[in-house]
Ligand binder design. Sequence first.
Ligand SMILES: *[C@@H]1O[C@H](CO)[C@@H](O)[C@H](O)[C@H]1NC(C)=O
Length: 238
Amino acid sequence: MSSSRVAIASSIAVATSTLAGALLWADYRAWKNKGTGGTPSTLAGYYKIQKWGLYLLFHPQDLHDPSFIPDGGPSYLSEFPEREFERPGLTRWVLPQRQQRVSQTQGTQESLSTILPSLANSDAYKDLIYTGPSKTEGGTGTAIYVRPEVPTINPKAKAIFYEIAHVHPSDSSLHVYLSPRDARVVVEKKWGERFSVDWIAPKSWVLVYAPRNATEVEVIREIVEAGIKFAVEGGKEN
Ligand SMILES: *[C@@H]1O[C@H](CO)[C@@H](O)[C@H](O)[C@H]1NC(C)=O
């Protein structure tokens, strides 16, 4: 190559990598601004989620397919409707797993935020579960936990610090740890989908979509209650 060609080639290379770097930096800022999640909002955290994102790009998973969740085991969900209309899309990052915002009728957000505390304070569950900052979300947002001294506790819940569920303030979606059978039903009936990075959580840890109105809040309350029962009684089987 002549020296002028080398000069052109190298300035193209510099321009391309500068542009790529700028785009990556902008993407990092946007991700960081989204705020909360289990991965720290730092460059190291961003590097980790991008690495997983790249892996998943080449090993795409259908998060709407319930068949990846093992079948069988107990079920704690009763009669269960199918959720209406399309599933919401997810944000572009693999973690934290968040959905696109949906419009909610007035009061939906408030009633959603009462689900976890009201179950934790109820006579049925107050001796079995408690609320606390979400460990799987790095301490952001409120979660419910099964008390470790419950004799029939599901021992597998230890993998996620005995956390049962938490709500995401940014988009009103939730993560809930369900029995595998119930998780399949929730995914099948379009109330949620599988966790994006399924090697860091149990297979039946699912994203539950944000409720759009009061009726949907009630369905979500039932889903969360099924999660509580699995955490509290899931050890009976073992
Ligand atoms: C809530 O939303 C669902 C689905 O959009 C709809 O079928 C239902 O009628 C709504 N319920 C109320 C009380 O608005």
